[in-house]
Design a protein around this ligand. Structure first.
Ligand code: ADP
Ligand code: MG
Length: 568
């Protein structure tokens, strides 16, 4: 009799799951509780793969990784107030990085929250989410489900991608609607991320500037990875011989071992280039705002970006090219017939000579068998393994573990590296690893420092529970930056930077059924990481470094203000 009463109606959780499925959402990463527990069960039952995470920040990061890898938003799910707030930081990270993601937050009874009666986990979540997202909507009634999902998908994935928040209050969870009516109202947006070609005049001007340059350089950012513009970018390099500098998440768009790469002679390339073609990279702190000693004082920038607000963000841009990268690069390639341009052999040779010099300087550090290890020889050993498995997706966080890994481990395919991103945040890369493994099914290699890993390390349990092909590598030097800072207190407590040096992080995964390894020499690192990644199973390699390995603040010590009077 229950069946006849419900057979012609749907309820909000079913309807929302159906709308998400219709819109191509395949995965939901979340932490359940009141009022969305049944929603997660229902979505799973209807065919969305649900990945239960251990923290909402990691859930959002996993979904955002999927957005970066596919260009389509996945969903992160949270409970009300505290769960919601745990996810919000990562929502803003995703928006800052330009990754599409949708977070659905269950929330408490609207009118009780609005009257401040003291509701269980009562928070005006839709409004709290606004400054942290591209848009924030509330599902006040079941009839709004199709509209909310269609708008969320389009807004998250078009223009500069980013995060959208959908608030799902408990009052709506219980609402119903006739099934046939619900069915008839569902829709999927036509072309949620349409091409937006730039003006032809801006392309013509760009090519004229490049053709007149003595030292042209292409600077490729993660926007080009998001745009999936690898074919167009590779074609341009091939046709013009233009040298390129990859930003960290653009590595692999053109393989790192391409002779046009300036990754190993970055300083010289940026200092000397007179016309720079920015392809989906912002002139933010990572590029010294396009100013100062990093750059040739006479440099002119051509900037391809989908977001006109980005142009002139910190300095004048000689040639804005506002539009999507795939279209812009296609038009640049086509324009070469009319305005031919080729980088000179002298310019390339000058850069390649500097690369060879730098490679020769660093090679002995990377292949050294000094023990206890430092970041260079530990990562040099891991590089050998990565080169044998170049289809692995690398996720990376830390200070020195980030900076040195970015320089040492070459990437050969697009969208195979995810890291701390535009903000340099910690606590992102285990979530990224889960998202990358679920999205692609490929082997994932996580590399983090002991501090960076600590922010989101509980996700090793998630990796084991879903039997994901992730190898976690933690480079342990016993602290934030390093482990040998002196305790300046009178109490015998460790320094504010110190973490446990005599640790066995690999035991964490053993607690959940994964395989752990403990490596103290470069040879052990190579053998154990090889074994771990070849297993295709959740695995963990603790790499024991010296406590004096690494620099305070890694490669960005210049951002660390020094107090005038000093620490004591
Ligand atoms: P990186 O950190 O690698 O330098 P940024 O995140 O700073 O990269 O810059 C990426 C830029 O790419 C952003 O300004 C963003 O607006 C832009 N972008 C993202 N997707 C596209 C696209 N499809 N077409 C054009 N620009 C894009
Ligand atoms: Mg450390």
């Amino acid at each position: 009799q229950g069946d006849t009463a419900t057979e012609n109606i749907t309820d909000a959780p079913h309807y929302l799951a159906e709308a998400l499925l219709k819109n191509g959402v395949k995965h939901m990463y979340g932490v359940v509780g009141i009022p969305v527990t049944d929603f997660a069960r229902i979505a799973q039952g209807m065919g969305i793969r649900y990945i239960g995470m251990r923290h909402e920040e990691d859930a959002v990061n996993a979904a955002a990784a999927e957005g970066f890898l596919t260009g389509r938003p996945a969903v992160a799910l949270t409970v009300s107030a505290p769960g919601f707030l745990n996810g919000v930081g990562a929502l803003l990270e995703a928006t800052t990085n330009g990754f599409p993601v949708i977070m659905i937050g269950g929330s408490s009874t609207r009118h009780v929250v609005d009257m401040k009666e003291g509701e269980y986990e009562g928070l005006d979540q839709m409004n709290y989410a606004k400054p942290f997202t591209k848009e924030s909507f509330r599902l006040d009634k079941i009839e709004d489900v199709p509209l909310a999902v269609a708008r969320a998908v389009r807004i998250a994935s078009s223009g500069r991608p980013g995060a959208v928040y959908l608030d799902f209050p408990d009052g709506t969870v219980g609402q119903t609607m006739p099934k046939d009516q619900a069915e008839a109202q569902l829709w999927t947006p036509v072309d949620p991320n349409p091409a937006m070609p730039p003006a032809q005049a801006s392309i013509d001007k760009a090519l004229e500037l490049l053709a007149g340059a003595k030292h042209p350089l292409m600077l490729i950012g993660k926007g080009a990875s998001m745009a999936q513009a690898e074919d167009e970018v590779r074609e341009f390099v091939k046709a013009t011989d233009i040298p390129f500098q990859p930003m960290s998440m653009a590595k692999g768009l053109v393989p790192d071992d391409d002779p046009h790469s300036t990754a190993a002679c970055r300083g010289l390339a940026l200092r000397t280039a007179d016309v720079v073609l920015l392809v989906g990279a912002r002139l933010n702190w990572m590029l010294s705002f396009g100013q100062g000693k990093t750059w040739n004082p006479d440099v002119k920038f051509i900037q391809i970006d989908i977001d006109p607000n980005e142009i002139d963000n910190a300095r004048p841009i000689a040639c804005p090219v506002v539009g999507d990268i795939k279209s812009a690069m296609t038009m640049l390639n086509e324009g070469l017939a009319k305005t031919p341009f080729k980088a000179s052999a002298e310019w390339l040779q000058m850069l390649q000579a500097d690369t060879a010099k730098n490679d020769a300087k660093f090679a002995p550090k990377e292949s050294s068998d000094t023990v206890p290890m430092g970041h260079y020889n530990a990562l040099g050993a891991i590089k050998k393994v990565y080169d044998r498995h170049p289809d692995m997706i690398l996720t990376n966080e830390g200070a020195n573990s980030l900076d040195d890994c970015r320089n040492i481990i070459d990437i050969y395919q697009p969208r195979h590296r995810l890291d701390c991103g535009t903000w340099g945040v910690m606590g992102c890369a285990t979530g990224y690893a889960i998202g990358a493994a679920v999205t692609t099914g490929k082997q994932v290699l996580y590399i983090g420092g002991d501090s960076g890993f600590g922010f989101d390390g509980m996700e090793v349990e998630t990796a084991c529970r879903y039997n994901l092909p992730i190898t976690f590598v933690v480079l342990n030097n016993g602290g934030i930056y390093r482990g040998d800072f002196e305790n300046l207190g009178k109490d015998g407590d460790p320094s504010p930077l110190t973490l446990t040096y005599d640790a066995h992080y690999e035991k964490m995964i053993e607690a959940f059924g994964g395989t752990g390894y403990y490596a103290t020499t470069p040879q052990e690192v190579e053998d154990m990481v090889e074994k771990a990644v070849s297993s295709g199973k959740p695995s963990f390699v603790h790499v024991q470094l010296a406590d004096y390995a690494g620099k305070e603040s890694g490669h960005i010590g210049n951002l660390n203000p020094k107090p005038v009077v000093g620490p004591l």
